[in-house]
Design a protein around this ligand. Structure first.
Ligand code: TYD
Length: 206
């Protein structure tokens, strides 16, 4: 059986990626792609719970490097238990955040982005395509405010500006063996963003 494709959606908090990942998933099902799954990082499993607790803690308890290593450990389980078996089974896997998040947030915290990327690229399957939702951090912050929930530890505009910068650096890295990376203007309407997503995804799944 042909190996499935891994489609990754990335972007700063409030970029709309989770909403669009769900719309993409529904659309693929509607078009008759039955072998498709939607998943997300951080997970809701044991290691994901450590992360979620820390994100809620005021100021947080874990230092940035430890935190990104915990995200990477969470990914390790996610890949073993969910992503890899599904890819092996020929499934299209849509993942809301993956290791580009680790690299972009590492960059935002002043860590070595390429080292975190490298470790993850060595350990985990490479995506067929990474869609980076791009928009100014202030616009994203406005959207989060509308959602009206208490902001988490990473949801501050100064940090999110640096995360965005990290994503743009990732988009410009040399691509051999890295799979496609596409930047999508996330300030556009939900319909337009969805069309762009479909356009890119159609190149990778038949
Ligand atoms: P988020 O996508 O906001 O999860 P949810 O929508 O379920 O609350 O992820 C939580 C935060 O974790 C977000 O600010 C991004 C950050 N993050 C990292 O710093 N590194 C990573 O590797 C991942 C996957 C997420």
């Amino acid at each position: 059986m042909a190996r499935g494709k891994l489609i990754v959606i990335e972007g700063i908090d409030g970029s709309g990626k989770s909403t669009q990942a769900k719309i993409l998933f529904d659309e693929l099902l509607r078009k008759g792609h039955n072998n498709v799954m939607l998943t997300a990082e951080p997970t809701n499993n044991g290691i994901g719970a450590i992360i979620r607790n820390d994100l809620k803690a005021t100021g947080g308890n874990l230092d940035p490097r430890t935190m990104q290593l915990v995200f990477t450990a969470d990914r390790s389980q996610h890949v073993l238990q969910i992503i890899e078996p599904r890819l092996a089974n020929g499934s299209t896997v849509i993942c809301d955040r993956y290791y580009y998040s680790t690299a972009a947030y590492a960059y935002a915290f002043g860590l070595n982005m390429e080292e975190f990327l490298h470790v993850n690229e060595v350990l985990f399957p490479k995506p067929s395509v990474v869609l980076i939702f791009d928009l100014p951090a202030e616009v994203a912050a406005g959207r989060i405010e509308v959602r009206n929930k208490k902001p988490e530890r990473f949801e501050n505009t100064e940090l999110q500006k640096r995360v965005r910068e990290g994503y743009m650096k990732l988009a410009r890295l040399p691509r051999p063996q890295r799979g496609a990376v596409r930047v999508i203007d996330a300030t556009a309407s939900a319909d337009e963003v969805h069309s762009r997503v479909m356009e890119e995804v159609s190149r990778h799944i038949s």
